[in-house]
Design a protein around this ligand. Structure first.
Ligand SMILES: NC(=O)c1ccc[n+]([C@@H]2O[C@H](COP(=O)([O-])OP(=O)(O)OC[C@H]3O[C@@H](n4cnc5c(N)ncnc54)[C@H](OP(=O)(O)O)[C@@H]3O)[C@@H](O)[C@H]2O)c1
Length: 379
């Protein structure tokens, strides 16, 4: 599958490539990104391969990511062709609580800042970045809708919120005529499958396209990190780990979300490596291909610091993994099923259904809607 084979985002009519370009690595401010020349190469490679979906945020690299995305887009005259997504929530003004959070005042402040850095007068997809645990969903959805009507944004997205919150936001949008939520960003990969508990149903039942981030577990699923017996090149985990990259820059006490070099994750990498050998494809491609088969997934955001990494990821959807290989990866990476999810497993359900099989009709949005590939010109 090529990048110019599109998916409809949620219930909207917006067409996005099945792989989006993540630009959290655009800029060196955070110690593990790419300089401007390297970022330009990543951008050029992605758009030259036909990709149209770019992901950034006002938070990333203190604004450099948005600035470079705007600059690269303008230089190539691509504003109309690209779907540019950015996000608001994080605070860059210590001491000013209203310069962060999900509320209307901050949304409008942040939106104007993003428009300026991106050098554009509209944003295609505007995300709430992370739940602030206090602003009511009603205020967010109304403020988002106002921004759509003001022509500053085209579509609305949520990221890193609980499923109950997203369900409430979408229900409010449906009942009050607000612009609905088209996209839901979640961390989702072979090593982080907790989104499956609630977000696959949320996406398919309520019409949001799932947009997974960190699909390679920040590099773990490329296979480049290895548990090391012979002393540590890196510092994460017992006994040290070899391999260099983002996860080796965060020191012995990684912040939440960066603690990925664990024995559990290395066991998953082991099975991924076996499957990769059997299909003769790089591990990163197999990991992304597996993810694209998952219910509700619309477009996967990949990240890279080097063009060779991105080139590998962009080739991830042009082969088919046999069902038995997908099943092996599923088994190796099965997430825990804490309460209430164990109640929904087969044992309890068969007691509910009287020991017979009952199958619900498929949901309306059983999978993200994919725009049919172009057919040959009629003769
Ligand atoms: N909504 C949110 O809260 C949120 C959070 C995080 C990210 N995001 C978005 O998602 C995007 C992707 O996230 P991510 O960068 O964490 O994704 P990822 O694809 O899991 O990790 C990308 C990183 O893995 C390494 N890598 C990738 N391909 C490789 C290969 N073939 N061989 C070896 N190493 C490879 C590179 O880092 P090194 O070269 O440093 O090893 C690369 O920067 C971000 O850019 C951002 O747009 C959103």
């Amino acid at each position: 599958m090529k990048l110019d084979s599109y998916t409809l985002l949620g219930r909207s009519g917006l067409r996005v490539s099945p792989i989006a370009l993540g630009t959290m690595t655009f800029g060196t401010e955070w110690g593990w990104g790419a300089d401007e020349a390297a970022a330009q190469r990543l951008f050029d490679l992605y758009v030259d391969e036909g990709g149209n979906f770019i992901d950034t945020a006002d938070l990333y690299t203190e604004g450099t990511s948005e600035t470079w995305v705007g600059r690269f887009t303008a230089a190539r005259g691509l504003r109309e062709r690209l779907v540019i997504a950015t996000k608001y929530t994080y605070n860059a003004q210590p001491g000013n609580p209203n310069a962060g959070g999900n509320h209307r005042k901050n949304l409008l402040r942040a939106l104007d800042g993003s428009l300026k850095r991106l050098g554009t007068d509209y944003i295609d997809l505007y995300y709430l970045h992370t739940w602030d645990r206090m602003t009511p969903a009603d205020e967010v959805m109304r403020a988002m809708d106002d921004a759509v009507r003001a022509g500053k944004i085209r579509y609305v997205g949520l990221s890193d919120v609980p499923a109950w919150y997203a369900g409430r936001a979408q229900t409010l949008a449906d009942w009050r005529g607000f612009e609905p939520v088209a996209a839901m960003q979640v961390e989702y990969s072979l090593i982080e499958r907790n989104a499956e508990h609630e977000f696959a149903d949320l996406a398919t039942q309520l019409g949001m396209g799932l947009v997974p981030w960190s699909p390679l577990g920040m590099g773990v699923l490329s296979g480049k990190y290895r548990p090391s017996q012979a002393g540590a090149q890196g510092t994460q985990g017992p006994g040290g780990v070899s391999g260099t990259g983002r996860l080796q820059t965060v020191g012995p006490k990684p912040p939440p979300g960066f603690d990925k070099l664990s024995p559990r994750n290395f066991a998953i990498v082991g099975e991924l490596e076996q499957v990769s050998h059997e299909v003769n494809r790089p591990m990163a491609q197999v990991a992304l291909n597996w993810l694209y088969q998952k219910r509700g997934v619309a477009s996967i955001i990949v990240g890279a610091t080097k063009a060779a990494q991105l080139a590998e990821s962009l080739g991830a959807l042009d082969f088919t993994l046999a069902p038995e290989l997908l099943a092996r990866l599923d088994v190796a990476s099965e997430p825990a099923h804490p309460f209430p999810y164990y109640m929904f497993a087969d044992g309890h359900q068969s007691r509910i259904h009287g020991q017979v099989n009952v199958r619900a009709a498929p949901a309306n949005h059983a999978h993200a809607q994919r725009v049919p590939a172009p057919t040959a010109e009629p003769t």
